[in-house]
Design a protein around this ligand. Structure first.
Ligand SMILES: Cc1cc2nc3c(=O)[nH]c(=O)nc-3n(C[C@H](O)[C@H](O)[C@H](O)COP(=O)(O)O)c2cc1C
Length: 312
């Protein structure tokens, strides 16, 4: 079974993805956070993020794939975004039909598109304009109810997706609360495409349990679990729980260098950025407080080294 690194807006940017792929193994595909249309063009920031990823992923012969994700709800969006991806040489594209944030869903983007079946059909139809591109879909159970996606199963099944990732929650749950396994099973059994499970996989045991329960899964997609423990995919593939502290710290140093270059050497911005990753950590709460209060990058580095040396 494959492992995919989920897209996480604000976290899995090109700096993070490029260095994660360099320092750790086990991830088969990395997904970009969604690209979107702004003023009739690809949003500038999204363009830059993607272009900065090209060298690593094009020169890599490791078999790792970078899949750009787009958020769309009409033909024009598809044309603008997918044309850009095609021009950049990409042959894969993931559709975001799961974003629960009201800024998107209230405008019938992300999970909100399930409120407008005609928009789902319009988008799927527009994909046919790009026969060279291999599309995949990332979805929730629905925006407000499972019946929204179940009612569109024929439409989903007749579109040409190479796989469909399901995050088994409704939009109102955001990213917390119980995962609806029953709801997942409905889509797992009825969507006639390879299925990828996504949600709350934090340990090798969690991944193995899902693999055992759903043996036909093509892959699992992991977000917060990999941010918490960047070795997770590698651990699953190697069947161990090794945590190489020095490698983790080298990765952190590389991120710091990468963000310093991106933020014109602003220590303040980089410190702020690095601290955000610890919100997913299960390190000791006192250590986490110290990291949060670090006043300089060198203080941050020494506190984070202490936090990992307390591990296992
Ligand atoms: C901060 C944050 C940003 C996210 N950004 C995206 C995004 O750009 N595209 C997307 O499809 N999902 C996005 N997600 C959802 C994740 O890809 C994933 O579906 C979700 O976190 C559940 O998986 P996990 O429990 O393994 O983290 C985001 C989630 C979080 C918490």
């Amino acid at each position: 079974m494959e492992i995919y690194f989920a897209p996480l807006q604000g976290f899995t940017d090109f700096v993070y993805r490029n260095f994660h792929a360099k320092y750790f193994s086990g991830v088969d595909k990395y997904f970009t956070p969604f690209l979107r249309v702004e003023k009739n063009d690809v949003r500038k920031k999204d363009k830059a993020d993607l272009i900065n990823s090209l060298s690593l992923f094009k020169s890599s012969d490791s078999g790792i794939e970078l899949v750009p994700q787009i958020i769309v709800n009409c033909r024009e969006d598809v044309e603008i975004l997918v044309q850009f991806l095609e021009n950049q040489g990409f042959r894969a594209c993931d559709l975001n039909f799961g974003c629960p944030f009201p800024q998107q869903s209230h405008h019938f983007y992300g999970a909100g598109i399930w409120d407008k079946p005609e928009k789902v059909c319009e988008v799927f139809e527009a994909l046919k304009l790009f026969p060279e591109i291999s599309f995949s879909l990332k979805m929730r159970l629905g925006n407000t109810s499972l019946s929204q996606t179940v009612d569109l199963l024929d439409v989903i099944n007749s579109a040409d997706f190479r796989f469909v990732t399901v995050h088994p929650r409704l939009a109102k749950q955001m990213y917390s609360g119980e995962i609806d396994f029953q709801g997942f099973e409905v889509l797992y059994s009825k969507i006639k495409k390879p299925i990828v499970f996504n949600g709350d996989l934090l340990s090798v045991q969690d991944i193995e349990a899902v693999e055992k329960k759903y043996p036909d899964l093509k892959a699992v997609m992991i977000g917060r679990g990999l941010l918490r423990n960047p070795f997770l995919a590698e651990n699953f593939k190697n069947k161990n729980s090794a945590f190489d502290k020095q490698r983790f710290l080298n990765f952190q140093n590389a991120l710091i260098e990468g963000y310093l270059a991106q933020y014109q050497n602003s220590e303040f911005m980089v410190l702020d950025k690095m601290k955000t990753f610890w919100q997913f950590s299960n390190a000791d709460s006192k250590m986490l407080k110290r990291i949060k209060k670090a006043k300089s990058i060198s203080e941050y580095i020494s506190f984070s080294a202490m936090a990992v040396s307390e591990k296992k």
